[in-house]
Design a protein around this ligand. Structure first.
Ligand code: ADP
Ligand code: MG
Ligand code: MG
Length: 881
């Protein structure tokens, strides 16, 4: 029979898939000699078998487990279920990819009415022994039978209230015995069975429950959010218990080897005296900083610090460590690569390079491009912040600056956010059930819990702003209101702002400013630049956008949409006159006005770009967006054009299109009215000459949209050449300009060899190309795309991630054909896909010269391009060796 159970010493850190992350690391730590309580692992293979056998634990497996229990008894010198010397274990889930808090764990298993007496004798501590037992009943009831923890908590509160206690630790052994009886009767009432006294029976049920927890709704949602494969299954770790709840020299905590928010190289952790592990994570008690441990138990602290260093050096990455101190003895219960913010990830990766622990390439590969989003986004404007009204202050659990309306329930946060409201989720503490609400909210505020509470850990993982442990506010979730220390009462829907970097809470919305970027970020990007093959351009229409993008490292402009420049209020009348003109003379009059404005636009962009190429797309207007609808605007336009409103309306009717997306747009407009593109060419060349004479180099690339045939292109190109020549003849300055085309119709791809003879560059407009290839519009697709994704017709939204097979196939064909007739053709991508990491990998493989994306995605694209090049490299070396 296949081996399904492994002792800790039989595993290694590389065996995550089989043993789960927790088990593989417990094994590794055992083997490098760290103080890990002994135990064994039921593999993920067993979980898969369990699922195949419709959730039944086979006798063979359970027999194998019991053999290992016997070995564990030998190792610990204790006996399972013994009244004298009982062995207690934890039954811990552990998936191949860490899903903090998503799945179930049971502590203190093996306790029963007899064994608890044994434990009391053994520990000489009735209080903590009985406390362990009552915790076990609650956890077991919750995990195995889904008994709401609240039922137990309420009973606990009631007894405390009766006795006038504030803390759990005030409960006497008699109180606890009484509590245990209460807990057992809750168990009986809820399950119609008495609490199982047979430890083997407890073990069997617990193992099944952990296997089952792989499919619980919160784990399923977490996997979906983090794109984790559902087939892995979970392992189950069975481990001898150590006790952090045995008095003043005991406790439990969590340590990060570096700061998970900032990346700073310093141990960062939290600790609770006289408590068991789950107390820290649940956020029920607010823990102390780890430095307190240094004051009170310097030797244990020293040992902990050296263990942290040892683990970090062993794994070459920041570790998140769980530890328990039992009567002055340190035990390590878990280590894993710590979750961190993007800021911390970059700081840690570059620091590790400087410390000689990892290579630059490894550092580049460790950052997820999409995570950079967190960093690039605005923070609060310092002045607005100084004038903001601070209403409370909590722990800076996850950085970010967000304003929004407060909601007190996760489900409400979800609905409101889906209706477009910016939501701040306010809870006393979050639990895994809140995960979807957290994902949909802008930010999260909790009253309880520390830096390692559920809210904090999950928020950091999601890159969400979070202020946790804001204990000075009182949150009444049922009444949907919160009250600050000053007595300010806020209701559902009121607006607040959270600063996740300082932990401050402000009243109302606060103005924001550009993101601040660290030296480490620039360093990492610089390393990436040395690797990437693709150039990264930006889609920018305004000086402001271009400025931002250059700051982020853009190497050119891949798409400057001139119609966006026409939307300004002062230009709209002329645009309208241009469109509505009844004669060429009138059209030219309107165009003359627009030309001087466009010249100014282009001059500014040329100056800012200082020599980098700027791809200017000639007018591709959705005509209907420019036309007046309001009777007042129509009357104005009539007046300006010297026509009656009747005439204007008739004209407007004539311009109405049944399907504007497939209408009179792009180059088709220039076929009808050549003077429009000629005006734009004049504006481009004249401003290029002007800026060039200020001794700024310029590189305009004039781009013609929506070409389907070679003839369209050759007609329009001839006009542009002629116009440009005309302007350039009057000066001694030469302008190295290019004329090229967007490739965004399937026909252009198929006839790319012909089109390439007329073009100096191709820029694939993947938005239109996707629409036209599938034959549906981006604006209407939202109605059915969810069904397509749900039925797995599409794995991804094809407007976000390029459809490699179809649209990608057309692009590939156009590249090959284009190169045949024009080997010097420059080729790139503009369109949403230019900033999507998965698509960038594909474009890298196609050997394009550049991708172009919106300003804030430039760094994401740079990193993704570097990773694509590095992955390519490892693949080739693999093939070679
Ligand atoms: P999670 O994956 O949710 O962190 P764990 O399996 O790590 O769940 O366990 C929850 C808590 O119980 C942790 O704080 C852990 O350190 C503690 N714990 C687990 N096993 C033991 C044990 N054998 N002895 C003492 N504490 C334990
Ligand atoms: Mg854990
Ligand atoms: Mg287009």
């Amino acid at each position: 029979m296949k081996k399904l159970v492994y002792q800790f010493h039989e595993g290694r850190k590389e065996m995550k898939l089989l043993l789960g992350g927790k088990g593989a690391n417990l094994s590794e730590m055992t083997n490098i000699g760290l103080p890990v309580p002994p135990g064994f692992i039921i593999s993920t293979d067993a979980c898969k078998l369990y699922n195949e056998q419709s959730s039944r634990l086979s006798n063979e497996l359970f027999t194998e487990v019991l053999t290992h229990m016997t070995q564990l008894e030998k190792k610990t010198g204790k006996q399972f279920g013994s009244a004298k010397n009982p062995l207690l274990v934890s039954v811990r889930s552990g998936a191949p990819i860490s899903m903090p808090g998503m799945m179930d764990t049971i502590l203190n298993l093996g306790l029963n009415d007899r064994a608890v007496q044994g434990l009391i004798q053994l520990t000489n501590d009735a209080r903590s022994s009985l406390d362990s037992y009552r915790r076990f009943i609650q956890m077991f009831g919750d995990v195995v039978f889904g008994i709401p923890s609240q039922l137990f908590e309420d009973t606990l509160s009631l007894i405390k209230k009766k006795k006038g206690y504030l803390l759990d630790t005030e409960l006497t052994p008699e109180d606890l015995e009484n509590l245990i009886l209460h807990y057992q009767s809750i168990y009986l009432k809820e399950t119609r069975r008495s609490f199982p006294q047979e430890p083997k029976q407890q073990l069997k049920l617990a193992i099944q429950a952990v296997f089952d927890s792989w499919m619980n709704p919160r784990a399923v949602i977490y996997r979906r959010l983090h794109e984790i494969n559902s087939n892995f299954g979970t392992a189950v770790n069975i481990q001898a218990m150590v006790f952090g709840n045995t008095g003043k020299t005991s406790g439990t905590g969590i340590a990060f080897t570096r700061n998970p928010s900032t990346g700073e190289k310093a141990i960062f952790g939290e600790f609770l005296w006289n408590a068991q592990g789950e107390d820290v994570v649940s956020g029920i008690r607010t823990p102390e900083k780890i430095d307190k441990l240094k004051e009170q138990m310097p030797n244990v602290y020293k040992k902990l610090i050296s263990t942290c260093e040892q683990l970090e050096n062993h794994y070459n990455d920041m570790q998140d460590i769980e530890f328990t101190i039992e009567k002055g003895n340190l035990f390590i219960l878990q280590t894993r690569n710590g979750k961190r913010t993007a800021k911390a990830a970059i700081q840690i990766a570059t620091d590790l390079v400087h410390e000689g622990k990892i290579s630059k390439d490894e550092a580049i590969m460790r950052i997820k491009p999409k995570e950079l989003n967190q960093l690039l986004h605005p923070t609060f404007d310092p002045e607005a912040l100084a004038n903001g009204k601070v209403i409370a202050s909590g722990l800076p659990a996850s950085p970010g600056a967000r304003s929004g309306k407060i909601y007190f329930e996760a489900s409400q946060a979800v609905t409101r956010a889906e209706h477009g409201t910016k939501v701040i989720l306010v809870r006393n503490e979050t639990s895994p059930e809140d995960i979807e609400g957290m994902a949909k909210s802008e930010a999260i505020l909790t009253a309880h819990g520390g830096m390692t509470s559920h809210a904090a850990v999950v928020a950091r993982g999601m890159g969400k702003c979070c202020v946790a442990g804001c204990s000075e506010i009182i949150i009444d979730e049922a009444a949907k209101e919160m009250i600050t220390a000053n007595g300010l009462k806020l209701h559902e829907g009121d607006v607040i702002s959270l600063d996740g970097t300082t932990g401050k809470v402000y009243l109302d919305e606060i103005k924001q400013t550009k993101a601040e970027i660290s030296a480490a970020f620039h360093q990492l990007m610089e390393w990436g630049n040395q690797r990437k093959k693709l150039n990264i351009y930006v889609n920018a229409d305004t000086p402001n956008d271009l400025d931002t993008a250059l700051h982020f490292g853009a190497e050119g402009v891949g798409l400057c949409r001139t119609e966006h420049m026409f939307f300004h209020e002062d230009r709209l009348p002329y645009v309208r006159q241009m469109i509505m003109a009844t004669s060429t003379t009138n059209r030219k009059k309107a165009l003359a006005h627009l030309k001087s404005m466009q010249k100014e636009d282009f001059s500014q962009l040329f100056r800012i770009a200082s020599g980098r190429p700027i791809t200017i797309r000639l007018l591709d207007p959705p005509l209907h967006e420019f036309l007046p609808k309001d009777p007042k605007d129509i009357a104005n336009l009539a007046k300006e054009m010297g026509l009656t409103t009747l005439e204007i309306n008739a004209h407007l009717n004539g311009l109405t299109e049944v399907n504007p997306m497939l209408g009179h747009r792009g180059c088709r407009l220039a076929i009808t009215y050549p003077e429009i593109y000629m005006m734009q060419t004049e504006a481009i060349i004249e401003s290029a000459i002007a800026v060039s004479s200020e001794s700024f180099p310029v590189q305009p690339e004039i781009m013609i949209p929506l070409i389907a045939t070679k003839k369209e292109l050759s007609l329009i190109t001839a006009d542009i050449q002629e116009t440009a020549k005309n302007r350039l003849e009057r000066t001694s300055i030469t302008i190295p300009f290019k004329i090229g085309t967007m490739i965004e119709t399937p026909r252009a791809c198929i006839t790319a060899d012909k089109i390439a003879t007329e073009a100096q560059f191709f820029s694939f407009g993947t938005n239109d190309l996707t629409q036209l290839t599938f034959g549906f519009s981006r604006d209407d697709a939202s109605k059915f795309l969810p069904d397509y994704e749900q039925k797995e017709i599409f794995v991804n939204d094809p407007f976000t991630t390029i459809d490699q097979e179809g649209v990608g196939g057309l692009i590939e064909m156009a590249i090959i054909k284009g190169k045949i007739t024009n080997p010097k053709l420059k080729m790139g991508i503009c369109g949403e896909h230019g900033g999507d990491p998965a698509s960038i990998h594909f474009f890298h493989k196609l050997g394009l010269h550049y991708v172009s994306c919106s300003p804030y995605r430039v760094p994401i694209a740079r990193l993704a391009a570097a990773q694509a090049a590095l992955m390519d490299q490892t693949q080739t070396t693999l093939q070679e060796s």
